[in-house]
Design a protein around this ligand. Structure first.
Ligand SMILES: [Fe+2]
Length: 233
């Protein structure tokens, strides 16, 4: 898939871009989500390193105002994206900065500033899982939950390496907590409260980094994935 292939998810508001990433010997799809905000500007969630063609395509949709790093893993494309869009603010967790010295974070995702400046989002930290240090966004205008690694699901569109591994790991066509996260939930009560806050939102869809867009039963499926790990939601 060319790097400039934006897929429409919600008319005039949300687009998705998949790119291949190799991780632990398998080829996953990793998603960048583009949200057009109420003021017409764009937020890039988990930014891919943009080609010139993609950067041009994005600029045609609106000025890129925010580059969002959702957890301490999905930061790799952000420095390159920031170089293409120097006017954008990078929002993310300090834990990502610790892993990527090229990353410059302007706004701490755990502070109040981001939610105050972009009031159309509910900012929902996943507590109890410091391994990920993820923050999920709920976009109220489109009733969309935006995450990265809180759950994943392999499917027919995936590369054979990931389809094969996912069958062994139990996440082929099943929404699950990622295998490397399952054993790293030291505070299940805090995680339960955080997932509960996500489930309280009337979400019509869930978009994460490594799964197709999830619409049908998205909240039930999110809850079920975490219940399997002993998180009582
Ligand atoms: Fe990921």
């Amino acid at each position: 898939m060319p790097m400039s292939a934006l897929t429409n998810v919600v008319d005039d508001r949300i687009w998705s871009l998949d790119r291949p990433v190799w991780f632990s010997g398998v080829r996953l799809r990793a998603r960048t989500t583009v949200v057009r905000l109420d003021d017409g500007s764009l937020l890039l969630h988990s930014p891919a390193p943009p080609t010139d063609a993609l950067a041009e395509q994005l600029r045609a949709l609106g000025p890129v105002r925010w580059l969002l790093v959702p957890n301490c893993f999905h930061h790799l494309g952000t420095p390159e994206a920031a170089a293409h869009f120097p006017e954008a603010q990078v929002v993310g967790p300090a834990s990502a900065r610790n892993k990527n010295k090229a990353l410059r974070i302007h706004v701490d995702i755990h502070g109040a500033q981001f939610g105050e400046q972009v009031a159309e989002f509910d900012v929902l930290p996943l507590l109890g899982v410091p391994f990920l240090d993820e923050t999920v966004l709920y976009h109220r205008p489109t009733q969309t939950l935006l995450g990265a690694d809180i759950v994943l699901c392999a499917g027919a569109k995936d590369h054979w390496t990931w389809r094969y591994a996912a069958r062994m790991l139990g996440c082929y066509e099943r929404l699950r907590v990622p295998p490397d996260v399952k054993k790293k939930i030291p505070d299940k009560n805090a995680a339960a409260r955080s997932i509960h806050a996500m489930l309280e939102r009337p979400a019509q869809r869930l978009m994460v980094a490594h799964a197709d867009v999830i619409e049908e039963g998205c909240r039930d499926r999110l809850a079920q994935a975490w219940r399997l790990e002993g998180v009582e939601v």
